[in-house]
Design a protein around this ligand. Structure first.
Ligand code: S6P
Ligand code: ZN
Length: 183
């Protein structure tokens, strides 16, 4: 890889090169995200739940775009599958595209009235997330879930609303299958 080239490695689901930043979310940083506090306390909190790499050329400007890839590990806390924190965009009217690259997942979507729905994520699936819709990725499979994303660079992230109020649905394993539970 040349130092000045950015490459998206589709098979590996990774992004390397210029303008790439990354973040890692371990279970210890996701306190309060999963339903069962007891199962959380029993888990290995050093486990990596997900990683994000992002291509940031322009910074947080109106009219710009970010490109990213999220990799969610397979795993559960109790019966609840590993997932991202989830967020609304701070600028609520900013939308986003997701697309499935590898693995099997669910995209949990929720509007500001807490009406929630899900979309199946699989290699080749395409997801338009309108503005005003909170979004969270859940890995319901046995391999790493890899999902591409593109969103306006001035969208920002509102994590607080989800941290405080949660999503109105959760994806849990029941009798060996993913099941949508309402809260
Ligand atoms: C950004 C986009 C994704 C997520 C990533 C991690 O708008 O939706 O790149 O940041 O999937 O999820 P979260 O909820 O921790 O930001
Ligand atoms: Zn987003």
């Amino acid at each position: 890889m040349s130092l000045y080239v950015t490459e998206f490695h589709n098979a590996a689901g990774s992004l390397t090169g210029n303008h790439v930043t990354s973040s890692v979310r371990r279970l210890k940083e996701l306190n309060g995200v999963f339903l069962s506090k007891e199962a959380y306390d029993r888990s290995d909190l050093e486990q990596v739940v997900y990683e994000v790499e992002m291509h940031n050329v322009c910074g947080n400007v109106e009219g710009g775009l970010y490109f990213g890839v999220s990799r969610i590990s397979p795993g559960k806390v109790g019966d609840e599958y590993f997932m991202t924190k989830g967020h609304f965009h701070e600028k609520r009217n900013r939308g986003e595209y997701y697309w499935g690259i590898r693995g099997k997942g669910m995209l949990v979507l929720m509007d500001e009235n807490r009406e929630a729905y899900t979309e199946d994520v699989f290699p080749g699936s395409l997801h338009y997330i309108p503005g005003h819709i909170a979004h969270r990725l859940v890995n319901i499979g046995e391999v790493t879930l890899v999902v591409g994303a593109c969103w306006p660079s001035d969208a920002g992230h509102d994590y607080d609303t989800i941290q405080t109020e949660g999503f109105s649905i959760r994806v849990m394993e029941q009798d060996g299958n993913p099941s949508i539970m309402h809260y």
